[in-house]
Design a protein. Structure first.
Length: 563
């Protein structure tokens, strides 16, 4: 086993290897990714996608995409299309194997009838509150429903009438008859069907009873010939129910395997909470770049390669844990460092006038796109003139000790251009510096001194005459706490929202090459971070850039400290 194979080895692969040795599934590996179309996929789903598709690919198997569309009240075709688009963007393809739980509604119904005929399911008239009350607790057994011992004939009649729409929502359910005293609460006569008069996005009004996930997904797995039904850890206690349904129905039996879901600091992974952020306008939508949704991360400039690498680095575990956001950002920086073209952009501009530079002269500097890569040969030309823009924070009239950027009387290097020395400043009526005057040394073209003198400060710039303007959006974590659910009494997770999660800068000055920026391509704005064009708000004549991530790698610093 080589190093890459060793890193990818995990307990799920060990189970599959054992099945292949024993011949349980005839050497087949067939997985499925079963999202609910009730929201956009988030970074946690990426781990499951990479796991299901990746394992099948490695074993020469197949993966189905199956939508768990059993709750029409919360589902929408918008979510279906976004899920398919996101999976393709991540680099995976399900071929012709696109399925829906709704494809099997008739199969599920007929199998439910079989359980009734076997005396293993019954129609119950308890209200939802009464069902919870009768269920018992972890320390006390449940009580049997007074409707538990209805005859097979009565149950069949009531179930058929439920399907026919004779009863109102919530008035009756179909429950499996298992064991109300089981220590596993999932086996205490779980609900299989509920009445829900709602239009389904695929079946319309054909059905008014809908199966519950625990019942629908094991039968769907069986119908599709899935070998390994890989779920997150919260379904571990549901596995006996998965097995019970398939055994009682005498159906082909896949193996359910559970793994720890992905949790990240500074964010929430609950689709219900994410929907709340969207509906209450705390964010601009599911694809807001601050959201942990894959659509939001894509819009922000994350690459599919970085997300797949992150899923690989995190690995597959049996115990839940929380992964530092800094690790994800570290993996992203490593990826963007290799693919992002270098560009100069001044986000908070301050004008610089070179008094001894010819007013009508414009020259160009040829600058590599990837200066960190000696093998790269691509470059672009950057115009230089008498008037420039630098970052406002790169100048201080009265600097503190060890300040190596521009100040009155100090000399700095303009990146790839010349040495300049500040001679005076111009202020507005409020005493704010609005313009800096300097002289340049023509003997330092390209940023190198002919006499060998050195300066400690190097700053970036853009030509004032040739600069293009853009809006730039700077993002921070959406929440201020590593655990957004850590709140004071009377508060909720929304109280931990970061009021500085978005800063919008207008009239930023960018080098001309960025006029040809392409949506989906990443750029490193020198000293400012990695950026990309916003795919939603960018239009002709209006450039909008999102900062994907800053250049400061806190994860690498932490690792260095601990080393």
């Amino acid at each position: 086993m080589n190093e890459q194979e060793a890193n990818r080895s995990n307990f799920i692969r060990e189970i599959i290897d054992e099945h292949n040795r024993s011949g349980r599934f005839g050497g087949r590996v067939h997985t499925r990714f079963p999202p609910e179309p009730n929201g956009y996929l988030h970074i946690g789903h990426a781990k499951s996608i990479c796991l299901n598709f990746g394992i099948a690919q490695d074993y020469g198997g197949l993966t189905n995409l199956r939508f768990d569309d059993t709750n029409p009240v919360k589902e929408d075709t918008e979510y279906v299309e976004s899920i398919k688009d996101t999976i393709r963007w991540l680099g995976f393809d399900w071929g012709e194997r696109e399925y829906y739980a709704s494809d099997y509604f008739e199969v599920l119904y007929q199998n439910a009838v079989r359980l009734i005929e076997k005396g293993k399911a019954y129609v119950c008239d308890l209200t939802p509150d009464e069902v919870r009350e009768y269920r018992g607790t972890l320390t006390e057994p449940g009580r049997e429903s007074p409707y538990r011992n209805r005859s097979v004939e009565e149950n069949l009649d009531l179930f058929r009438r439920m399907r026919a729409g004779e009863f109102p929502d919530g008035s009756r359910t179909l429950r499996a008859k298992i064991d109300m005293a089981s220590p596993n609460l999932n086996l205490r006569d779980p609900i299989m069907y509920r009445i829900l008069h709602a239009e389904h996005h695929r079946t319309g009004n054909k059905w008014c009873i809908y199966p519950m996930y625990d019942y629908a997904h094991c039968v769907s797995d069986s119908v599709e010939g899935i070998t390994h039904s890989i779920c997150t850890l919260e379904f571990e206690d549901h596995r006996p129910l998965y097995d019970w349904f398939l055994d009682e129905l005498e159906l082909y039996h896949p193996q359910q395997i559970e793994f720890a879901r992905l949790n990240l600091t500074y964010t929430v992974m609950s689709k219900r909470k994410l929907l709340q952020l969207v509906q209450q306008n705390y964010v601009s939508g599911w694809d807001d770049p601050r959201m942990p949704t894959l659509a939001g991360m894509r819009r922000r400039g994350y690459t599919p390669e970085a997300i797949r690498k992150f899923a690989d680095v995190v690995g597959v575990a049996k115990n839940n844990s929380v992964v530092d956001m800094e690790l994800l950002e570290h993996v992203l920086r490593d990826d963007l460092n290799l693919r992002a073209k270098r560009r100069m952009a001044v986000l908070k501009p301050l004008k610089v006038v070179l008094d001894n530079y010819p007013a009508d002269q414009v020259e160009e500097f040829e600058v590599p796109d990837f200066p960190q890569d000696p093998q790269s040969t691509t470059s672009r030309k950057i115009p230089f003139g008498r008037e420039l823009y630098i970052e406002r924070e790169d100048f201080m009239e009265v600097p503190p000790p060890k300040y190596f950027r521009l100040a009155l009387g100090s000399e700095v290097r303009l990146m790839n251009a010349y040495y300049i020395t500040c001679t005076k400043v111009v202020k507005d009526a409020d005493g704010q510096v609005i313009e800096v005057h300097c002289t340049y040394d023509p003997e330092t073209r390209g940023g190198m001194s002919a006499d060998g003198r050195k300066v400690k400060g190097t700053i970036h710039w853009v030509s004032a005459q040739r600069a293009i303007e853009a809006e730039v959006r700077l993002y921070e974590n959406l929440f201020t706490k590593k655990d957004p659910y850590e709140v004071e009494e009377g508060q909720d997770f929304l109280d931990n929202l970061n009021p500085r999660s978005l800063e919008v800068l207008t009239s930023c000055k960018l080098e001309p090459a960025l006029a040809q920026a392409v949506i989906g391509e990443s750029y490193q704005f020198m000293r400012n971070g990695y950026f990309c064009l916003d795919s939603v708000d960018t239009r002709e004549g209006q450039l909008v850039f999102n900062r994907t991530i800053s250049l400061v790698d806190s994860w690498a610093k932490m690792q260095g400290t601990s080393a």
